[in-house]
Design a protein. Structure first.
Length: 128
């Protein structure tokens, strides 16, 4: 359904270190930076971008917003979470683990990036 997601950043170099670590844990390549300073990460047919706000104002996170990444296993979710914390992200909510969702069991982990954006890694567990 979605082609891309974009978050704002007040420090692109810091964001590149953080998101390179996260996407590396997902098996993706480091981000590319264009002439306008925007970072782009392509993975599994979608694009995730990080940019200074176009209006020149400060980047702020969306209260109530979450960006979710589908991963291939609980081990990959754990690696994603560990890489994010090691690269300056903040672990939030419950520790990584299984939660019962309305669509069945999910293995989830949550982080805030260095600019406060809420991120989730998700693996759909097989139905029992």
């Amino acid at each position: 359904m979605f082609s891309h997601m974009v978050v704002g950043s007040n420090d692109i170099a810091r964001s590149k270190r953080f998101y390179d670590a996260l996407f590396g844990a997902m098996g993706a390549k480091p981000g590319r930076q264009d002439h306008k300073g925007r970072l782009s990460y392509a993975h599994n047919g979608a694009v995730f971008m990080v940019t200074p706000p176009i209006d020149g104002g400060s980047a702020t996170h969306g209260n109530g917003s979450t960006i979710g990444f589908t991963l291939t296993s609980p081990d990959q979710v754990d690696a994603w979470h560990e890489a994010g914390v090691a690269a300056g992200g903040m672990a939030i909510e419950d520790p990584p683990g299984i939660r019962q969702g309305s669509f069945g069991p999910l293995y989830l982990a949550y982080l805030r990036d260095p600019d406060g954006n809420k991120l989730c890694a998700l693996h759909r567990m097989p139905a029992e």
